[in-house]
Design a protein around this ligand. Structure first.
Ligand SMILES: *Cc1c(COP(=O)(O)O)cnc(C)c1O
Length: 396
């Protein structure tokens, strides 16, 4: 059996997205800035796509900027938020310790440029606390950037309340909503969001296209110098095929949000229940505040890398944490931020599902993972060492 359970890393392109994209790779080849009919045709498609994306977020079309990916949107929003702050003499930013590297590395760059960043701790479920955010706000705080949903453990932050607090204090609020958009209801008005990042390939559009929402009235500056595209702020001929695919994929996801969430949640809960039966295992994240698709576990006494290799041989595509950090043997910064010791964080497994997965696949995962974990433990010196201090849970 083959099971793709790494949808937080990227998703398969949907038929809807492909169908929306194909004409743009064929007949619809015009440059939207051209005045002739081919250009006008492409421009109309671009306008419609922007309207679609805006509608899905409850935003205005002119508040949507198409970008090349989620990472670019994060870079743009945070850099701009900081620049606007500096222009008003404010150079303090608040974020948290479990952000994606697209956010963390942008903040590191800003720190080198003289900004000060407070990283809120997260509690063992991965949630930031509102009262800690409130206490961290200073007169010179210009920007708060806190992710909507975490990509490794799936925890959903109290975005609406964070947004309300920032609004009340007159501080710009950006959220990396890459793991939320298309998976849970995201409404920039309801959630009091000033700036938001999203990425097409996390909801069945192809790679290489994302968007940034920026509330009207916020005076953004050019991010990429060039032509007048994206209201003159991001030069470069619009990537029409990807943009059309992303709009179609987002529309489809939003139209089936509840139905998909229900299906994926049922599979996720079954996975969690089954994996929890493995001795010396723990489920990471918050049981009540999480996106439907992400399951994160740690298994004591084994290494996540070996687990992944063995699952891959069994036809299961999973991940140890974030795809961006795999390849390095350091445990995930997210699991460490939850207060997990290094040796336990090493044995992590992330399974991320989408509506294309099936219960049969979940059953197959639940057949394979406990068996592979047990086999790896039998070969693990760390596990042998643990058995010196506890009864062998596999013997009864
Ligand atoms: C995937 C991801 C990103 C990066 O998006 P790209 O489009 O791959 O650049 C940023 N933040 C989060 C939370 C993600 O999961």
């Amino acid at each position: 059996m083959f099971v793709y359970a790494d949808n937080a890393a990227t998703t398969a392109v949907s038929k809807t997205a492909l169908d929306a994209m194909l004409p743009a790779l064929g007949e619809l080849y015009g440059n939207p800035s051209s005045l002739h009919q081919k250009g006008r045709e492409a421009n109309l498609a671009l306008i419609a796509a922007r309207e679609t994306v805006a509608k899905c977020l409850n935003a205005q079309p002119r508040e949507i900027y198409f970008t090349g990916c989620g990472t670019e949107s994060d870079n743009w929003a945070i850099t701009e938020g900081a620049r606007l702050g500096a222009a008003a003499g404010k150079r303090h930013i608040i974020s948290d310790t479990i952000e994606h590297h697209a956010v963390l590395h942008t903040l590191t760059k800003l720190e080198k440029e003289g900004f000060e960043v407070t990283y809120l701790p997260v509690h063992e479920n991965g949630l930031v606390r509102l009262e800690e955010l409130a206490a961290a706000i200073r007169p010179d705080t210009c920007l708060v950037t806190i992710m909507y949903a975490n990509n490794e453990i799936g925890t959903l932050q109290p975005i609406r309340e964070i947004g309300a607090l920032c609004r009340e204090r007159g501080i710009l609020f950006h959220t990396d909503a890459v793991q939320a958009v298309g998976h849970v209801s995201v409404d920039v008005v309801r959630d009091n969001i000033d700036m938001l990042s999203l990425s097409g390939h996390k909801f069945h559009a192809p790679k290489g296209v994302g968007a940034m929402y920026c509330r009207k009235g916020i005076k953004l500056k050019n991010f990429i110098e060039g032509g007048a595209q994206e209201r003159g702020l991001r030069g470069g001929t619009e990537a029409i095929p990807g943009i059309l695919a992303m709009a179609a994929a987002l529309k489809e996801s939003c139209e089936h949000l509840e139905e998909n969430a229900e299906k994926v949640t049922a599979m996720r809960d079954k996975l969690i229940e089954g994996l929890s039966r493995i001795p010396c295992s723990r489920c990471n994240g918050d049981p009540d505040h999480k996106v439907p698709g992400i399951v994160s576990f740690c298994f004591e006494g084994i290494e996540g890398e070996s687990l992944l290799l063995r699952l891959d041989m069994a036809g299961i595509c999973a991940s140890s944490g974030s795809a961006c950090t795999s390849g390095s043997l350091d445990p995930s910064h997210v699991l460490l931020a939850l207060g997990m010791p290094h040796e336990i964080a090493h044995g992590s497994l992330r399974l991320s599902l989408c509506e294309y997965n099936t219960m049969e696949e979940v059953d197959y995962i639940l057949e394979q993972v406990p068996q592979v974990v047990r086999e790896l433990r039998e070969m693990s010196p760390v596990w042998m060492h643990m058995l010196e201090t506890m009864p062998d849970p596999y013997k009864n």
